[in-house]
Design a binder for this molecule. Structure first.
Ligand SMILES: C[C@H](O)[C@H](O)[C@H]1CNC2=NC(N)=NC(=O)C2=N1
Length: 120
């Protein structure tokens, strides 16, 4: 499976997934992640995750608001975490298949286009 650039991914729209799709093998997922700085595999290669230290709590909340808009527009939804008032992390996987589909990488690429005020 050929890895796609972030630009290619971000131009795509998530496709409705109700199962019946083979999850990415860890090796393919790793290759795709090489194009997505900061994202890594978790849960035995079944999810992708990225962490941010944002400037303050409201920056985190506003970031989530932007992420939520994208997720709703594409009907593909990440797990959003905010702890310790500015430590943010996002996990993405395709619930319908219990693993990774192209949708997860599309969403990650779109999230990476959101400007986020990081801790100085
Ligand atoms: C039909 C539509 O794609 C599904 O209901 C969506 C909604 N959002 C979703 N988000 C994620 N992350 N995984 C899913 O399987 C999923 N299913």
């Amino acid at each position: 499976m050929a890895a796609q650039s972030t630009t290619e991914l971000a131009k795509k729209k998530c496709q409705p997934c109700e199962g019946g799709v083979e999850p990415y093998a860890a090796r393919d997922a790793e290759q795709q992640l090489a194009q997505l700085p900061g994202w890594r595999l978790t849960h035995d290669g079944q999810r992708i995750r990225k962490d941010w230290n944002v400037k303050n709590f409201m920056v985190g909340i506003k970031f989530f608001d932007e992420v939520a808009r994208i997720a709703e527009a594409d009907q593909h939804h990440p797990d959003l975490h905010l702890e310790g008032y500015r430590r943010v992390w996002i996990e993405i996987f395709t619930h319908a298949i219990g693993g990774l589909s192209e949708n997860d990488f599309i969403l990650a690429a779109k999230i990476d286009q959101i400007p986020v005020d990081a801790k100085k």
